[in-house]
Design a protein. Structure first.
Lengths: 568, 244
C-alpha cells in the first residue's frame, strides 16, 4: 500500500524539456508544484567533449529507467516488434533538453491547418486517403504569444523573418508573424555555412541562420556559446545551451513553490469514481509513495506519456486512463528526418568545431511554401546544412564508392577527405495514418515487469515523395556549392523509436478522435493535462521542442487561469 | 588509485614503482615483453621526452583485460589490415586500437565478447587451413584475401567470418583509433593526426572556423580538462552545483 504524502496543488511528471517549462507559469501564479523526475541532476563534469561517451555508447549511461523501457518497433502488424538501438528518451532534470541539438523552430502556420489549407488550395482529394490528419484545434496565432514567452524565458538565438507582418531579410521569408524579434542574434556563421549561403543565393534561394536555444551572447547569468562542437547528445559544460535545467527550472525554484523530487519513478496516475485524477503513485527507493494533487500534468516523452496512461488502469478506465475512446496511442508518427544527402567537396571545410544547430536553412521547399499543383504530395522539407563534425564519425564517412572500406586506399581516402564531407539534415512533413499507432508490447517488459511501448508504424508514399523531392533540391544546393560527389540515401521505411515522436494523446476538439482538448487537458479526465509532442497532430518540417514547450506553457497558464473550474 | 593525490603525474611509490596515474595508464602501459603477441607494444616510456616520466618505470608488462594472447595477436593483425601502417604512417596497430577494444569488451562492448571469441578462433583456424599458420603470421596479401572473402560473407566453412563480424571489427578499430585517448587507443593522437582533427578544446574562435585555417593540434584528452574530470576529489569547486 502506498504511503500518502501531504497534498499539493500540481504534480508535474517529468522535469524535462516541457515539464521544466510548465513549472514556471505555475509558480508564477502562486501554485505549489511538485516535480517528479526519474533521473537526477547532471553537471558540467558530465558534459565532456567525448564522442565515445556521447555518441557511441548511447549517452548518458546513468539512465536505468529509459534504458530498459526502449520501445519495441515494427513496420506493420505482419512483423513481430523488436527492441533495439539507443533510447530516444532521457532521465534527468532537464531531460532531452540537456543533450538535444537545441534547434528551436516555430512551426509554419500551414502545419496547424494542413487539412483546410490543402483543401482550399488543391482540393480535398490531395489529403492522403489513409491519413487521419486533422487541423489543429488552434492556429499559429493562438500559439504565438507562448512561442514568444518560451523564446525569452529560455533564451533562443536567431534571426526573425517576419515581425508583425514585416518581412526581415535575415530570417525565413515564410515564417508566421512574430510579435518581436528573437532575444539574441543567431549563432555565428562559419566558413562552411557562408559558402553554403552563397551557393543558395546563386540558386535564388534565401538562406538564413536557423534558430537555436543556445546563447549567441551573454543572456541573463549564462555565457554565450563556446563553439567547442559537442552539442549532439552532449550537455553543455558552459551552460550556454538553454536547457530547462539551467533556465526555467532554477528560475521556478527561486519562488520556493517548486519542489524537485529526483529519482522518482512514476508507476501510476490515480483517478476517482468521476474519472478525475487524484494524484500520482511513484517509487522512491523501495517505497511506493502516493502524491495527492488537485491537478496532474503528464510531461514525459511521447512514448512514456502513452505508456503511463495505458498502464494506469482503473475501474473507470479499464483500458487505461483517459482511454475509453481508444484514442491513446493513435495518430502516432515519428518525424521523417532520415534520407539525407551526402556531399564530398574538393577542399577542407573546417567543420571540426561546428554545432549541429549552427547552420544554414532553406525554407523554399518546406510546408506549402511552393506550388504543389503538379506534384504528387503535400508538405515539404526544411533543408539544413550544418557544421557538426567529430573524429570517429568523420572516419566512418561514406567512401562514395570511390575506394574500398578498408586497407591502404581507404586510409589514404579518409586522411584526405575526413573534413571534406557534409551530410544534410532534411526534416519533412510527416502525417498520421491509419495503422500507425502505439500500444503496450504483449511480451517485452521493463525491469519492474511493466510492458514497454510497441511502435507499429511505417512511412507512407507522401513522406517518401517529399524525401525524393527534397533530396533533389539538396543535391542542387550542394552542387552549387562545389560538391564533387553526391550520395542520396534510401527514402526510408519504418518509423522506429525517435526523439522526434508525436501523437498518442493528440489534441483536438472531437473527443472521439482526440485524447486531449484544445488546451491539452484530457477529454475524459479534465484535471489531467498532457504536455509534449504527444499532443501534436502534425510534425511540420522542423524540430518539435519549441512548439512542445510553447504548448506546455499554454497548458500550464490555462490551468492557473482557470484553476477553480479545472480543479473544482 | 589514491584520490587524494593532487598531482598524480609525478606520483612515484617507494622503490621506484610508479603509482599508476591516469596519464601513465593512457600512454604508458605498453612496455617490453610479449611483443610478438600484443598490439602496439613497444616501450613508450623509453620514447618519452618527459623527464618526469623516465624514472617511472612501471613494472607492468603488456596486459589485456579479457583478450587472450592468441586473440589479441589475431585481432591486432586484423585491425592492422583495416587501417594499415605499411604506407609508412601509423595505423591501428600504433594507435593501440586493440587495447581500446580489449577494454571495451570488459564493459560497454561486453555484448560483443562472444562474437570476438568465436570470430577470432575461426580466423586462426581458417588461416591455418588456407595458409598453414595463425592469421597474424600470414603475409599481408594472404590476410587481405581472407578479409576480402569475409566482407563478402564467402567463407562457407566458418560462417562466423562474415560481413557482420568484419563490420564489427571495423567499427571498433575506427573507434579505437579515433576516440579520445582516455579509452586506451589513439595513442599519441595518431588517429586524430591522421585525419587532421586538431583535437578537443574548450572553445573555438570565429577565426578558427574559417576556410583554410590550419589549427595546431590541442594534444589533450577531454579528461585532461579539469572541467570534465570524474575524480570526485579533484573536481573544481562548484563542479557539483545544481545550477541553482
Amino acid at each position: 500500500m502506498a504511503t500518502e504524502l501531504p497534498r499539493t496543488d500540481v504534480v508535474v511528471i517529468g522535469l524535462g524539456a516541457v515539464g521544466g517549462v510548465a513549472v514556471l507559469p505555475l509558480v508564477n501564479a502562486g501554485l505549489n508544484v511538485i516535480g517528479l523526475e526519474a533521473g537526477g541532476w547532471m553537471t558540467a563534469r558530465d558534459f565532456a567533449p567525448d564522442e565515445i561517451r556521447n555518441n557511441i555508447r548511447d549517452w548518458p549511461q546513468a539512465v536505468p529507467k529509459a534504458k530498459n523501457e526502449i520501445p519495441t518497433s515494427r513496420a506493420n502488424i505482419n512483423f513481430e516488434a523488436v527492441q533495439g538501438g539507443g533510447h530516444p528518451m532521457m532521465n534527468g532534470v532537464g531531460g532531452t533538453s540537456l543533450h538535444y541539438w537545441a534547434q528551436s523552430w516555430r512551426l509554419n502556420p500551414w502545419d496547424f491547418k494542413t487539412v483546410s489549407e490543402t483543401t482550399k488550395r488543391y482540393g480535398a482529394h490531395r489529403i492522403p486517403a489513409d491519413s487521419t490528419v486533422e487541423d489543429w484545434p488552434i492556429t499559429y496565432d493562438d500559439l504565438e504569444p507562448f512561442y514568444d514567452r518560451v523564446e525569452y524565458a529560455l533564451g533562443v538565438s536567431g534571426y526573425a523573418g517576419n515581425v508583425n507582418g514585416t518581412l526581415q531579410p535575415n530570417g525565413s521569408q515564410f515564417e508566421g508573424p512574430r510579435s518581436r524579434p528573437y532575444p539574441m542574434p543567431g549563432l555565428r556563421s562559419s566558413g562552411f555555412t557562408d559558402m553554403m549561403s552563397d551557393a543558395a543565393r546563386q540558386l535564388g534561394w534565401n538562406p538564413f541562420q536557423g534558430p537555436a536555444a543556445i546563447n549567441s551572447e551573454i543572456y541573463g547569468n549564462r555565457p554565450g556559446c563556446f563553439y567547442h562542437g559537442f552539442c549532439d547528445r552532449g550537455g553543455c559544460h558552459a551552460t550556454a545551451k538553454s536547457s530547462t535545467a539551467v533556465t526555467t527550472i532554477p528560475e521556478a525554484m527561486k519562488s520556493g513553490l517548486l519542489k524537485v523530487v529526483t529519482h522518482a519513478r512514476v508507476l501510476k496516475i490515480v483517478n476517482d469514481a468521476d474519472g478525475r485524477v487524484t494524484g500520482v503513485e511513484y517509487l522512491s527507493g523501495n517505497q511506493v509513495l502516493f502524491q495527492p494533487a488537485d491537478a496532474v500534468l503528464l510531461a514525459s516523452h511521447t512514448y512514456e506519456n502513452a505508456r503511463l496512461l495505458l498502464l494506469s488502469k482503473s475501474r473507470e478506465f479499464p483500458d487505461g486512463l483517459a482511454n475509453n475512446s481508444g484514442q491513446v496511442g493513435q495518430h502516432y508518427l515519428s518525424h521523417h528526418q532520415g534520407a539525407p544527402v551526402l556531399a564530398l567537396f574538393p577542399k577542407n571545410l573546417n567543420n571540426w568545431y561546428g554545432l549541429p544547430a549552427q547552420g544554414v536553412a532553406i525554407d523554399e521547399w518546406a510546408d506549402d511554401n511552393f506550388d504543389h499543383s503538379d506534384l504528387d504530395f503535400i508538405g515539404g522539407g526544411n533543408l539544413w546544412a550544418h557544421t557538426d563534425r567529430k573524429p570517429i564519425s568523420a572516419a566512418k564517412m561514406s567512401t562514395f564508392d570511390l575506394v574500398p572500406t578498408w586497407g591502404a586506399k581507404w586510409k589514404a581516402f579518409i586522411s584526405e577527405n575526413a573534413d571534406r564531407t557534409n551530410t544534410s539534415y532534411i526534416q519533412k512533413t510527416t502525417l498520421p495514418y491509419r495503422g500507425n499507432y502505439l500500444d503496450l508490447d504483449p511480451q517485452v517488459k521493463d525491469k519492474l515487469g511493466f510492458p514497454v511501448i510497441r511502435i507499429t508504424a511505417e512511412l507512407r508514399d507522401n513522406e517518401k515523395r517529399i524525401a525524393a523531392f527534397t533530396q533533389e533540391r539538396m543535391e542542387e544546393w550542394y552542387r552549387a556549392a562545389g560538391a564533387v560527389q553526391i550520395v542520396r540515401t534510401g527514402l526510408g521505411t519504418a518509423m522506429g523509436p525517435s526523439t522526434h515522436a508525436y501523437g498518442g494523446t493528440r489534441m483536438g476538439d472531437d473527443p472521439s478522435t482526440n485524447v486531449t482538448d484544445r488546451f491539452g487537458f484530457a477529454h475524459e479526465s479534465p484535471n489531467l493535462g498532457v504536455l509534449g509532442a504527444s499532443v501534436m497532430g502534425t510534425s511540420g518540417a522542423r524540430n518539435p521542442t519549441l512548439t512542445a514547450q510553447a504548448l506546455a506553457w499554454r497548458t500550464a497558464e490555462h490551468l492557473a487561469n482557470n484553476w477553480d473550474t479545472i480543479t473544482r | 588509485m589514491n584520490n587524494k593525490n593532487k598531482n598524480p603525474e609525478h606520483a612515484i611509490g617507494s622503490k621506484g614503482e610508479a603509482v599508476l596515474s591516469r596519464r601513465n595508464l593512457l600512454k604508458g602501459v605498453g612496455l617490453s615483453g610479449a611483443a610478438l603477441m600484443t598490439a602496439g607494444s613497444g616501450s613508450i616510456i623509453a620514447q618519452s621526452s618527459d623527464p618526469a616520466a623516465s624514472p617511472a618505470r612501471i613494472r607492468v608488462l603488456e596486459a589485456f583485460e579479457t583478450l587472450t594472447a592468441a586473440e589479441s595477436a589475431a585481432l591486432d593483425a586484423f585491425a592492422s589490415r583495416i587501417l594499415p601502417s605499411d604506407d609508412g604512417t601509423p595505423g591501428a596497430h600504433e594507435a593501440r586500437a586493440v587495447h581500446f577494444i580489449d577494454r571495451g569488451l570488459t564493459g560497454a562492448m561486453a555484448a560483443s565478447r562472444e562474437q570476438y571469441a568465436e570470430g577470432l578462433v575461426a580466423l586462426d583456424e581458417h588461416a591455418m587451413q588456407v595458409g598453414g599458420s595463425a592469421f597474424y603470421q600470414l603475409s599481408a596479401s594472404e590476410q587481405d584475401a581472407i578479409i576480402e572473402a569475409m566482407t563478402q560473407s564467402a567463407i562457407p566453412d566458418f560462417p562466423m567470418l562474415n560481413a557482420g563480424f568484419f563490420n564489427l571489427v571495423r567499427n571498433h578499430t575506427i573507434e579505437g583509433t579515433f576516440s579520445d585517448p582516455y579509452y586506451g587507443g589513439n595513442r599519441d593522437f595518431i588517429g586524430w593526426d591522421l585525419i587532421g582533427y586538431p583535437g578537443v578544446r574548450v572553445m573555438s574562435t570565429p577565426e578558427d572556423v574559417r576556410l583554410g585555417k590550419d589549427l595546431a593540434p590541442s594534444r589533450q584528452s577531454a579528461y585532461d580538462m579539469p572541467t570534465h574530470t570524474k575524480d570526485p576529489v579533484a573536481a573544481p569547486a562548484g563542479g557539483v552545483s545544481h545550477g541553482h
